[in-house]
Design a protein. Structure first.
Length: 282
């Protein structure tokens, strides 16, 4: 073959560092094929999952991390792979499945560091699903000895604030625009849309009135047809605008918390073997 086990790992790590994740996977797999008895197999298998994750192939990452937990259950890589499974599910928006997995991890490792990390991550899945009180309860259960305790205590209070975020009523926005085109958009804080809706609907209404006044029923009918479409669109636009406002407010709130307190599982460290230490953190 021409390459030693150390050389294959070193090259794969170089590719990971350069962002060549799928090429790195090829080299890691080459190592697994040619060195089936090497004690670093757990580490390399874990790195394949991480390469898929970094390459945003979250389905493949999930499957690989599942294999790591099954094949190497009592290693540091097997334990960390549990958390990375949850991370892969979360990235795919599978929050319910991720929550169930984190609950399983907490039950499996109640006295282990990853048990507390899983509880913290479980609370995040509840935040993403807007289950504010359940999320707060989970954050409050993070143990004081955990390095995540202070963040969890803050997030427990922040989660309750999620119930009181400013919102707009889609029903009220629709009613307002039904009474006066553009007023629903103004209620949503969209002045430009409000002026446009008011101007266009007003223009058509004025045109209809003028056509009727000038005894031009055909023109009035055509203008009325188009006005009905603009008027309906004005009402639906106001309703959708309220939904968008509420969604944006919640997403911004969560994004700010995410930027400050989101926990990403640590990468299991490679053991020192054969006098060579391969750093796994970039």
């Amino acid at each position: 073959m021409g390459f030693s086990a150390d050389q294959l790992i070193a090259f794969a790590e170089h590719l990971m560092h350069e962002g060549e994740y799928f090429r790195a996977i090829t080299e890691y797999r080459r190592f697994l094929f040619y060195y089936p008895d090497d004690p670093r197999r757990a580490m390399v298998h874990f790195r394949i999952g991480l390469a898929f994750y970094r390459g945003e192939s979250y389905g493949e990452a999930l499957q690989t991390f599942r294999e790591v937990t099954r094949l190497y259950p009592n290693t540091a890589y097997g334990k960390q792979a549990w958390l990375w499974q949850g991370e892969s599910l979360t990235r795919q928006g599978q929050y319910t499945a991720a929550e169930e997995l984190y609950a399983e991890i907490t039950a499996r490792f109640p006295a282990d560091t990853i048990g507390q990390q899983a509880r913290y991550q479980r609370a995040w899945t509840l935040l993403y699903r807007r289950q504010w009180r359940d999320a707060a309860a989970q954050f409050q259960q993070v143990a004081p000895a955990s390095t995540l305790y202070q963040s969890a205590q803050f997030l427990a209070q922040a989660a309750l604030e999620g119930e009181h975020l400013p919102t707009k009523s889609p029903v009220l926005a629709g009613i307002l625009s039904g009474l006066l085109p553009g007023s629903g958009q103004l209620y949503n804080g969209r002045l430009g849309d409000a002026l446009l809706a008011f101007f266009l609907n007003g223009l058509f209404i004025v045109g209809i009135v003028e056509a009727v006044h000038n005894h031009a029923p055909t023109v009035a009918g055509i203008l009325g047809f188009f006005e009905a479409g603009w008027y309906t669109g004005n009402v639906y636009g106001a309703i959708n605008g309220a939904h968008k406002y509420n969604r944006y407010t919640t997403e911004t709130f969560l994004r700010n918390l995410d930027n400050r307190f989101r926990f990403v599982p640590p990468e299991a460290r490679a053991p020192r073997m054969f006098g060579v230490q391969f750093s796994l953190g970039f």
